[in-house]
Design a protein around this ligand. Structure first.
Ligand code: FMN
Length: 196
């Protein structure tokens, strides 16, 4: 296996991107001893805070759990097995929560969209800080809601692992194969429903 396949995961883009976008990818191998310093973690969360949102309602909420904490164990326990297989070596797990209502009578139709956008900004700031992120939909949302006493107005939409890149060789053979598989995307033209 050529070394390049393990180390260079930069996107093969059709048009040039800024480095943090081209270099972001979703690893499963993290350094299980690495800690994220508090100032950097705050900066990463600050990126989420300053993301745009519909009517500036800011519906994104975050359960931030550092490895070794009670909250980390609660989130990790709620992950599906295929995510538990690697996510416990991340430095931080964040449960991403959308506040669904504007007030007692009105839903916020953009809550999940805005949460996703906040998480996207977080991932890019993390990449800029030399960290990596991996978002997950494979978890038991009801279990996280129960573990953190969330209300019906607070939907757990995704979980993000943040950490320092580890070595594919530390993974099981099955995970390692996925870790070094070529990164692919549909052609841009396929995404453009109209483009005149
Ligand atoms: C909402 C969402 C849910 C995801 N769920 C999972 C998951 O449960 N497990 C996993 O290993 N990856 C998950 N991913 C990661 C995607 O598979 C990954 O982003 C995609 O394959 C593109 O790869 P890249 O991020 O390395 O470019 C998820 C990503 C997103 C945005």
């Amino acid at each position: 296996m050529p070394l390049i396949a393990e180390t260079n995961r930069r996107a093969d883009t059709e048009s040039p991107l800024i480095d943090v976008l081209a270099e972001r990818w979703s690893p499963r191998a993290y350094d299980k001893n690495a800690l994220i310093d508090e100032a950097t973690l705050t900066t990463v969360l600050e990126a989420a805070r300053w993301a745009p949102s519909a009517s500036n309602l800011q519906p994104a909420r975050f359960i931030v759990a550092r490895r070794g904490s009670v909250s980390f164990a609660k989130i990790n326990d709620a992950l599906k097995g295929f995510n538990q297989a690697w996510a416990d070596t991340a430095s931080v797990l964040i449960a991403n929560v959308a506040k669904l209502s504007i007030d007692e009578t009105r839903e916020n139709p953009w809550a999940r969209y805005d949460l996703g956008q906040a998480v996207a900004h977080l991932t890019i700031q993390a990449q800029h800080e030399g960290l990596h992120t991996h978002q997950m939909g494979g978890f038991d949302a009801a279990a996280i809601a129960a573990a953190f006493n969330l209300t019906d107005d607070q939907a757990v939409v995704s979980v993000t692992a943040i950490g320092v890149l580890g070595k594919p060789s530390d993974l099981t053979p099955e995970l390692r194969e996925r870790e070094i598989a070529p990164r692919t995307r549909k052609p841009l033209a396929e995404l453009l429903l109209a483009n005149d």
